[in-house]
Design a protein around this ligand. Sequence first.
Ligand code: LMR
Length: 401
Amino acid sequence: TWSAVPAGPPDPILGITEAFKADTDSRKINLGVGAYRDENGKPYVLNAVKKAEEIITAAKLDKEYLPITGLAGFTKNAAKLAYGADSPPLNQNAIAVTQSISGTGALRIGGAFLARHYPNPKIIYLPTPTWGNHIPLFKDSGLEVRNYRYFDRKTVGLDFDGLKEDLKNAPEGAIVLLHACAHNPTGVDPTQAQWAEISDLVAEKRLFPFFDMAYQGFASGDTARDAYAVRHFVSQGHQVALCQSFAKNMGLYGERVGAFSLTTKDEEERKRVDSQLKIIVRPMYSNPPLHGAHIANTILSNTELYQEWEGEVKGMANRIISMRERLYELLTNGYQTPGEWGHIKSQIGMFSFTGLKTEQCKALAEKAHIYMTMDGRISMAGLNGSNVEYFAQGVDAAVRG
Ligand code: LMR
């Protein structure tokens, strides 16, 4: 039956973890997937999460199905975290939210909703580069995928002129995907002034802003600051779509906790949109999982745990920043590796887009047991005091060829 099914390639990100696991060298380092590691290179379960789980266990909750759009307390609090407690659409009950299978699930629900109901061209513009999964995800959702310029390899920064030109040339009413903060894979974000210009341009061309916010808190260590772009667009009168993930900022990776939301005109419109979100979710997976949503909701609704969580997000962001500084020092002053490495420090969030070429990335895996994605992206969180020197040495050797 399946004789004509061709073998597919491994996933460009998750396939790296498979290769890493198969490597038996004790010096091996996995900088592929964006998953936080502590100073000892170990996965980190946040204290706020552990305490929330104790509260949940003590409450002896049942295991009944959640509603189709998920745990009501969780979706309300997730929207509050993203849009801000004083957000007008939030307070007017004009935000349709559904719980999702983390960020990917949110993107997929959003893609499906737009493919079915968006009244304008069903074309989505993605930045170049973008998270690899965005491309198949939106194609499989039934949208036409196009690109806008984002990253300038020469300046190792934002190609703001290219971005504006491409959005200006987009058909009126097209959808534009924006990474709300901590752009994946480049670690390069627009400034607040540039966000204001993008917002104006989006209004002028009547584009539809679709935000992916997978790293709220990871860019600056401050969840409100990282929500700036989303809140600014809403304050300018845009209706937005928003995908949230609690994988990174609460370390709830495998629990698959996220949310998809759409701001609407008013409560009546919100109710209609809500009903259609249910119609999309029900034949996909009926209703979302319970446990992770309870964890996130317990943290978001308990002042003490919330504060502890905010401190831990800051702690993770700061450890990453200290690794950026250490790596920069080692490459510039330590090994005096040819090239300019300032971007390691200026980029933000979980990733650094090193500028290493595919051949150099391959050499690092083969010769030094260091794994990263072939576009030269490294997860900074995989570095720590014990392996950063070995990594810098490997990069130095790869650059010198
Ligand atoms: C990443 O970019 O590494 C993360 O978003 C994890 C993933 O699912 O790819």
